[in-house]
Design a protein around this ligand. Sequence first.
Ligand code: PLP
Length: 392
Amino acid sequence: MTQFPSNWPYSTDNMMPFIDLKVQEKKLHSNLQEAFESLMSSGSFIMGPKVEECELALSNLSGCQALTCASGTDALMLALMAINIGPGDAVFVPSFTFAASAEVIRLLGASPVFIDCTPDTFCLDINSLTEAYDMIIRDKKLTPKSLIAVDLFGHPVEYEPLKNFCEERHLVFIGDCAQSFGATYDTKPVTSLSHIATTSFYPAKPLSCYGDGGAVFVSHDQEELLNTLKSLRIHGQGNTRYEHIRIGLTGRMDALQAAFLLVKMGIFEEEVALRQKIADRYTTGLQDLEILSLYAPKVKENCTSVWAQYTLRVNNRNAFQEHLRSYGIPTGIYYPIPTHLQIAYKDDIRAPKGLPVTENLASQVVSLPIDPYISTSVQDGVIDIIKDFYKK
Ligand SMILES: *Cc1c(COP(=O)(O)O)cnc(C)c1O
């Protein structure tokens, strides 16, 4: 029997990595080592020059003022704290996302209102949002304060219509760009299109630390908001170190992570281009299969994605995953349980027509391995193995 695909290196005993961070680490090894050694000998582990340098580099990439922090979750928390979200406030949020997007709302005692998403972009559906907003106004129990929009899998939301929606209703528009740092909408960085944007540098995100990290972004004219965020990040600090003018967090990014992130930023643009090439290769390779219930993600024409995930919709997901696994190909499900169906969020408010698209997607989505360094031959093998599944 001839081997299929020829010279395929993986098997159930030798699984392909879902995200291979080792190739990148090898490529940057000496620079990372140098960054590590120089940081260790500097003795400056909290804040200091590396954090400042990192924030400057992030500001240049993001088109706004960047403030580093301890994680993507803390970034969202800082954003909500800076606009005084608390009990009695409604914050609109999609359910089809990582739980942190809604968690921060509940942590502050406010009420998340779960919104449905669209089946083609997997991002927030503005009709569902409008209906939910009108419902909150009619009910008069909560004050609508903010929207957290999520660029799921690295694909930008509809920034322009959403910003208009928020401005007309005096909602603070927060962009959760945890998966989309580096993506663009109308050629502008996604982080520059909301009132406050946040991101995460968790290791699996397109730009990542070797540990936790995150950032908040505000436009250059928002000096006061920036100062509030800075104070919140360090225990509500006032003008001097032991003066506390509000309740805050221990929300700083470690200087070591800032040093690593600076090294990684040096090749980030190149990596975004490589991710796009890999996404295109999947899309081209799999396009004939669309009739077979397999649906590739759509990125709107005025946008670019950073492909944090390459996610398909399939009807027979278990068999699809098992087929790939038998060839040593791991797949991921983001997310198997939508946030509004999680135990911790079961009593929270949902959009008036429910979240049928989200619930359907949760049973269909499956993500393929993607990182900037998958070789062409391996990727072609993955494509052939998927095609083989649909032949049966
Ligand atoms: C990863 C992620 C977060 C949280 O980021 P952490 O750095 O893990 O705290 C928030 N929102 C979304 C959409 C994410 O994907």
